[in-house]
Design a binder for this molecule. Structure first.
Ligand code: 5GP
Length: 191
């Protein structure tokens, strides 16, 4: 998606060799018009799939998934929670995810009320790096007996291998921008 790639080149800040900061449009301030274009692009890719629900992970995934859902007949959006609270149902699916940005593991949780066996679920997220968050969401879908219809990612960091693993397992993964290297702060996209 050219507009997205140009925006990454204009506004993206590379931290070290492997973290891309895109707070000005994706992770802190949100560019709603761009999110809407992202939603259209995912719809174009997944148009032949039956999608009953969208699953994402808090926090950055929520706004994104809601705009994407508008292009999929406003199907419900469910987000996996990362923090336990008294409000969360006791009856939950959960999985353990290792975060390389935070260098620690955390739990992702979804109430059993909001994922049902046989549902076709599109997973949407902002970034794909090593693929650990995605494995956690896949684990939750498996526990629920729901079907993973596809995965839509805004920015895949191709050099971290999560995307290759997902494609290698035959999952329909659409990444709108794939960054193949960020050496010396220079972002290079996969063609
Ligand atoms: P993974 O589990 O695929 O290694 O990492 C994916 C998660 O880590 C995403 O949900 C995202 O929140 C976070 N993440 C990974 N790499 C980056 C990055 O370069 N920039 C930002 N902003 N988040 C990242």
């Amino acid at each position: 998606m050219e507009t997205l790639k140009n925006r990454i080149l204009e506004d993206g800040v590379v931290l070290g060799n492997d973290i891309l900061k895109v707070d000005s449009f994706l992770n802190h301030q949100i560019d709603v018009e761009l999110f809407n274009e992202i939603g259209k692009a995912f719809k174009e890719h997944f148009k032949d799939k039956k999608i009953d629900k969208i699953l994402t992970i808090e926090a950055s995934g929520i706004g994104l998934a809601c705009l994407v859902a508008q292009h999929f007949n406003c199907v419900p959006v469910v987000f996996a929670k990362k923090t336990e609270s008294l409000n969360l149902d006791k009856d939950i699916y959960y999985s353990e995810v290792y975060s390389f940005t935070k260098k620690k593991s955390y739990k992702v949780m979804v109430s059993k009320k909001y994922l049902k066996a046989g549902e076709n679920v599109l997973v949407i997220d902002d970034f794909l790096a090593n693929g650990k968050a995605m494995l956690g969401l896949e684990d939750i879908l498996n526990q629920a007996g729901a079907k993973l219809a596809g995965v839509g990612i805004v920015i895949e960091k191709g050099f971290q291998g999560g995307g290759d693993d997902i494609r290698g397992r035959g999952i329909d993964l659409k990444s709108l921008a794939i960054v193949d290297s960020m050496e010396d702060g220079r972002i290079k996209f996969r063609e």
